[in-house]
Design a protein around this ligand. Structure first.
Ligand SMILES: C[S@@+](CC[C@H](N)C(=O)[O-])C[C@H]1O[C@@H](n2cnc3c(N)ncnc32)[C@H](O)[C@@H]1O
Ligand code: SF4
Length: 389
């Protein structure tokens, strides 16, 4: 029997401090009950056992928050439970997100020994002034040290940088990226700073404490970054992700290809096909509520919604168009159960093609110009959906 690939996400919701730009489900707590967290994460995982029969685990991702703050004993217990429960793909990718603080770098060796085979480091910047602006709890020196240690234990490693900061000139970013690349492994995530509602940066930006770069300036940064990365042997495979050929993050690609995944821990999302129907499943978001519900119901489940029709198409396109590789009409049909041009008229795609934003043949894919306008293209495509349930 062919096993379907499953990506598995584990959310660790704690951080040493909260960064002012971040709207992830991350919290600062004085102390936590390690044994209870281990028990409850294992229980939340077990609650998926019935609905994930027939799947093979192709990737595992410890994300956060700051999962490098997780006691390695919890990581180890979860990996054991996963391998006792599921067939594991031979080339399984097991990633852990890490912050470059010294407490956490001490665990890198242990983490590599217990099965983590890919590390994603939240460097954010190698410029002291930028780290201060971003409210990071690490220095440039700690970032460099973390990169050096990660290199000893993980061949497959990545780091994240945030760019297009309010005070940043293009020249400063060019110098920063050029020097960062000398330290990089086979993968990099480069995110343009976004101002998220409800964060301290949102308040600061609305008070005009700082002025975000114009769309034009952001577009220049984006263009230069993509061109430079391509010329340096790290072509983009997604809007913000760059890799040597074959070193793309399999876990995140799984999301963008709209394949099945499950998420455990506070606020984690899943997209799972059960008896031919796709479900959006969500865990309780607050760590305390999630703990309470796992203890009471043996699962952190908050809601499970059947997705079909317009919502399914919207989700597929929102995920799939982020990837630079195109998709065929057959793939669209296999993933959604619809013929693309029955749900969005072909002439809508032809219009985008005439404007140089998209290619239809041999596969549907955005051009570089299109990628820069991803959000407005999605709004246009989805706004022209033929209405059905
Ligand atoms: C789950 S987060 C954080 C992982 C880890 N805790 C850290 O901070 O390094 C993953 C990445 O999203 C990016 N990110 C988070 N908020 C952002 C924002 N408002 N704008 C741009 N990038 C952001 C950061 O680069 C971060 O490393
Ligand atoms: S350390 Fe990472 S997850 Fe935690 S608040 Fe900062 S950006 Fe968010």
């Amino acid at each position: 029997m062919i096993q379907k690939p499953l990506a598995l996400y584990i959310h660790w919701p704690f951080c040493l401090s909260k960064c002012p730009y971040c709207d992830f489900n991350s919290h600062v707590r004085e102390s936590i009950d390690v044994e209870q967290w281990k028990k409850n994460l294992l229980q939340d995982l077990k609650s998926f056992q019935e609905s994930t029969k027939g799947f093979e685990v192709s990737s595992i991702f410890f994300g956060g928050g700051t999962p490098s703050l997780m006691p390695p004993s919890i990581v180890e217990a979860l990996l054991k439970e996963i391998s006792d429960t599921y067939p594991i793909a031979p080339q399984v990718e097991i990633t852990l997100e890490a912050n470059p603080n010294s407490v956490e770098t001490k665990n890198f060796e242990t983490l590599s020994k217990i099965g983590i085979n890919r590390l994603s480091l939240g460097i954010q910047s190698l410029v002291e002034e930028n780290l201060r602006f971003l409210g990071r709890s690490h220095s440039r020196q700690e970032a460099l040290k973390a990169i050096e240690i990660s290199d000893r234990f993980f061949k497959n490693r990545s780091f994240d940088l945030i760019y297009t900061l309010p005070h940043q000139s293009l020249t400063a970013w060019q110098e920063e990226l050029e020097s960062s690349l000398l330290l990089a492994g086979p993968h990099l995530s480069l995110y343009q700073l976004t101002i998220e509602e409800g964060t301290p940066f949102y308040l600061a930006a609305s008070r005009k404490d700082f002025l975000m770069p114009s769309n034009e300036k952001s577009a220049h940064f984006f263009e230069w970054t993509h061109t430079f990365m391509k010329e340096s042997g790290y072509p983009a495979y997604e809007v913000s992700n760059f890799a040597r050929l074959g070193k793309e993050c399999r876990h995140n690609k799984h999301y963008w290809l709209y394949d099945d995944y499950i998420g455990i821990g506070p606020g984690a999302h899943s997209r799972l096909t059960i008896e031919g129907k796709k479900y959006a499943i969500r865990r309780h978001r607050s760590p305390e509520k999630w703990m309470e519900m796992v203890e009471k119901n043996q699962s952190g489940l908050h809601e499970q919604i059947f997705i079909e029709g317009s919502t399914l198409i919207e989700e597929y396109l929102m995920m799939r168009l982020r990837l630079l590789e195109g998709f065929s009409l057959e793939e669209f049909w296999a993933k959604t159960g619809y013929n693309l041009f029955d749900v969005i008229p072909e002439k809508i795609f032809q219009k985008l093609e005439q404007e140089g934003l998209l290619r239809i043949i041999p596969e549907i894919e955005l051009t570089f110009e299109g990628l820069k306008k991803l959000n407005s293209i999605l709004t246009f495509l989805l706004g022209n959906r033929i209405l059905f349930k």
